[in-house]
Every structure is written in structure tokens, then in C-alpha cells.
Write a protein that binds this ligand. Structure first.
Ligand SMILES: Nc1nc2c(ncn2[C@@H]2O[C@H](COP(=O)(O)OP(=O)(O)OP(=O)(O)O)[C@@H](O)[C@H]2O)c(=O)[nH]1
Ligand SMILES: [Mg+2]
Length: 432
């Protein structure tokens, strides 16, 4: 893809970065520190070494360079002293700020959004995730071509001289057209993929098997929990999902079928995690992936209870879910990594939250019990009389509902069962 040319540096040498954060007057110090710590995690997830951090209290943002000239000199000194080749800003830079800073610092400049995009591009595996990331990258690049070209030409050792200026501008115009064309192609392909996903969803919902979605902040342990649940009650011995102590280990959506010891089947999905200030373009680009939660019958929110910022993480998750329109879906909150807490003995239910350890597996069976109970809450108790020429309905109900009893009467099969709402709606005519 054309966008790769601009994003990849072409060198295998580990990059060394200075992290830059500017705290504006209304942001409190703790939130700012947390944001910087997160930036460090994102940088590492990108295989870049954070070498030095420069922070600043900013009363007002500088329109041209965000941080102002005094700070630029300081960063330049740091770059020289520590042999640094990348400056990573915790703020979102405007296209012209990015360009100006690139020129002034003479190293590659990346802002928070750009950083997350690089991580997403490295992790995306499925066609859908790739398309989504490619689209988001192009959308991000389009207004920033000048600054990004400055990054590139420095690495290539070209550009900069006045004689090149004309051709540089022409190149940017060519890049722009090429990108716009690529975006149009991607939009069409994404629409196709979205259609397929919609079809899969329809098929799932007509099959009547409920969907449980694991959601939560990145690195909370969703994929670890998914794997443990597959171990405990997976039906199809499908592949495990990728687990790693890094931000955004998972980008692709995986769905697996599970069955409880009580005989209840459900589908479980694991997908991309949330993060504070997830760039809007990425939320939009990943809408169809994130939407997976929107079609869930039950959301299992996974929280890293050992993280001192877990309350903020929960807040971000709740906010993202309600933005997606999934705010009203029944929810279970799982406080994961609870074996690290000294005031909890795993498993424990406290204030409606279940404390478990996905890593050791402690609390998994209790959680499955909770999921089963929650799923059953939405079931409608009823009695159906099915004519003998429609006897296939009996096996349908056995796989989608909780069948309590079946008796073969003269005028039909009488089935007493708890039905999920969609199954109830389908067989209304047989309900007594
Ligand atoms: N101590 C401890 N570590 C855990 C537990 N569950 C997960 N982890 C670790 O937390 C890290 C992140 O786990 P993942 O399962 O990849 O987290 P995730 O929520 O899927 O993360 P993303 O896919 O990046 O959003 C890994 O190093 C896990 O081994 C737990 O119960 N206790
Ligand atoms: Mg994961």
C-alpha cells in the first residue's frame, strides 16, 4: 500500500524517542502523569525505546508548534545528547504543527494518534482489520502530507534544498490524489466486508445462540480470559487467541462457541480494547469491529483490578460503550488479576463485581455460572404446542432454548421451555 512508504522508515535499528507532554491548565497532574505513562506503554508497543521525557505546563497552546520556541530548544538539546531519532508527542498535533516541529527538531515527529495508528497497522491480521487500519492511516495522512514528507525526505537524505521545493509540492499533490483514490477503493471494500459481517450476525441471531462480548481497556486480560473460557468449556477446539503484555495485543475479532455444564451454549467474542482518547478516526474506522459489542446479548467487562487507574479505565469503557449505542446491554463486571490484591480472596463477589484471576483460572467456573444466570434472565418461560408435521421445531428449541419438558399429545407436541426473545418471536403462533 502506498501509505506504508510514508510510515515505514526502512531501517531495522531500534528507534530512540524523546516523549513530549504539555499539560494544559485545566488538566490535573495525576491525569497528566497517567497519560504520559500510557504514552510510554504505547511507544514500547511500537518497538521504540523511550529514552527521555520532556514535560511542560502550558497556559496556552502555540499555534505554530504547540509547545513554543524555548521548549523546542530544550528538546533539540536532549535529541543531540541522547542520540535520539524520534519525538513523540502526547497531544494531538495539527497538520501544520506536525510539519513545523518536524522541521524545527529535524527528527521524525509522531503524535499520539500517529503512534496508535502504527501499532494498529502492525497488529492487524484479518482482511477487515487491515482495511480499517489502512483507511484510518490514509485519512490521518491526507492533511499531513507536508509534515510527513519532511519526515521521509530526512530519512532518505533528499529534499530540503530550494531547488527541490517545486518538485516536492508536485509530489505532494500526486500523493494526495493517489491517497484519495486509494481511500475510495478501501471504502468500497469495507462496505463489502461490513455486509458480510452483517450477514454473519443475522445468521447468528436466527440460530438463536446468544452472543457474549468481552470488552474493556487494553491489556486488562480479555484474551487471557477468552483462552481460559475456551479451555474450560469450548465446544469447537478452535485456536487460542494472542495474549501479550502490551497495549493493543488484539485487534481482530474472534468468536468461539462455548457450552456450560448446564448445557447452555453461547458465543463469546474477543476484540480490540479501549483506551483513553482513542482517536475519533480510529473509532470510526473500527466501527464495525467495535460494534460487535452492540449486538451482544451480554457484555462482560474485564477490568485490570490491580491497575491503580482501573476506575478511569472503567469510565472510558462505559463512555465508549454508550457512544457505540451499547450502553443498555446487560453487563457483568469482572475484576481481573485479583490475585494481586491483598484485600481480596479470589473468587469473590463484591458490589456486583466478580473478582477472578484469568491467569490462574481461579473464579472461572463462578464466572461461567454468572454468565449462565444472566443469559437465563432474558429468557421467557412458555408452553408451545407444535403440530407433528413441524416436529423439527423440537430440535431447534433444544439447541437454542432451555427445554424443561416435552410430551407427545394427540394433537401435537407440547413443549415447556424458556425461550430467548428472538426464538419466542419466531414461534409465536405455537405458544399456548
Ligand atoms: N497477574 C495477572 N496477569 C494477567 C491476568 N490476566 C491477564 N494477565 C496478563 O495481562 C497481560 C495482558 O493480557 P491480555 O489477555 O493480552 O489482555 P487484553 O485485554 O486481551 O489486551 P489487548 O488485546 O491488548 O486489549 C498479559 O501479560 C497477561 O498474561 C491475571 O489474572 N493476573
Ligand atoms: Mg487481547
Amino acid at each position: 500500500m502506498g501509505n506504508k512508504e510514508v510510515f515505514e522508515t526502512g531501517s531495522d535499528k531500534i528507534k530512540r524517542a524523546v516523549l513530549v507532554g504539555a499539560r494544559c491548565a485545566r488538566e490535573n497532574q495525576d491525569d497528566f502523569d497517567t497519560g504520559m505513562e500510557e504514552l510510554r506503554g504505547l511507544t514500547k508497543a511500537c518497538d521504540i525505546e523511550p529514552v527521555f521525557t520532556v514535560t511542560q505546563n502550558l497556559s496556552s497552546e502555540d499555534a505554530a508548534t504547540y509547545i513554543g520556541s524555548g521548549k523546542i530548544d530544550e528538546i533539540r538539546g536532549v535529541i543531540e545528547m541522547y542520540d535520539i531519532d524520534t519525538a513523540i508527542f502526547n497531544n494531538t498535533l495539527s497538520p501544520s504543527q506536525l510539519g513545523n516541529l518536524s522541521k524545527a527538531l529535524n527528527v521524525e515527529v509522531i503524535d499520539r494518534t500517529g503512534l496508535i495508528l502504527i501499532i494498529f497497522a502492525e497488529r492487524a491480521r484479518t482482511r477487515e482489520a487491515r482495511l480499517q487500519v489502512d483507511y484510518a492511516q490514509l485519512k490521518y495522512m491526507l492533511p499531513r502530507l507536508v509534515g510527513l514528507r519532511a519526515n521521509l525526505s530526512r530519512q532518505g537524505g533528499t529534499g530540503g534544498s530550494l531547488s527541490n521545493k517545486g518538485s516536492g509540492e508536485k509530489q505532494i499533490e500526486l500523493d494526495r490524489r493517489k491517497i484519495e483514490k486509494e481511500m475510495a477503493v478501501l471504502r468500497r471494500e469495507l462496505a463489502e466486508v461490513e455486509k458480510t459481517r452483517q450477514l454473519q450476525r443475522n445468521r447468528r441471531s436466527t440460530a438463536g445462540i446468544p452472543l457474549v462480548a468481552l470488552v474493556g481497556y487494553t491489556n486488562a486480560g480479555k484474551s487471557t480470559l477468552m483462552n481460559k473460557l475456551i479451555d474450560t468449556c469450548g465446544v469447537d477446539a478452535g485456536q487460542k487467541v494472542f495474549v501479550q503484555d502490551m497495549l493493543f495485543a488484539t485487534l481482530d475479532t474472534t468468536v468461539r462457541k462455548l457450552e456450560t455444564t448446564g448445557g447452555r451454549t453461547f458465543l463469546l467474542s474477543d476484540t480490540v480494547g479501549f483506551i483513553n482518547d482513542l482517536p475519533t478516526d480510529l473509532v470510526n474506522a473500527f466501527h464495525s469491529t467495535l460494534e460487535e459489542a452492540l449486538y451482544a446479548d451480554l457484555i462482560v467487562e474485564v477490568v485490570d483490578s490491580s491497575d491503580q487507574n482501573h476506575a478511569m479505565h472503567s469510565l472510558v469503557t462505559a463512555r465508549t460503550l454508550s457512544q457505540l449505542g451499547a450502553g443498555g446491554i446487560p453487563r457483568i463486571t469482572v475484576m481481573n488479576k485479583a490475585e494481586k490484591l491483598d484485600y481480596i480472596k479470589v473468587p469473590e463477589v463484591r458490589d456486583d463485581k466478580i473478582y477472578i484471576s484469568a491467569k490462574s483460572g481461579d473464579g472461572i467456573s463462578e464466572l461461567i455460572g454468572m454468565i449462565e444466570k444472566k443469559l437465563n434472565e432474558r429468557l421467557i418461560p412458555c408452553s408451545l404446542k407444535v403440530p407433528y408435521d413441524r416436529s423439527g421445531i423440537e430440535s431447534q428449541l433444544r439447541s437454542t432454548s432451555q427445554v424443561l419438558s416435552v410430551s407427545y399429545e394427540e394433537d401435537g407436541i407440547v413443549i415447556k421451555a424458556y425461550l430467548p426473545p428472538e426464538v419466542h418471536a419466531r414461534y409465536l403462533e405455537y405458544i399456548e
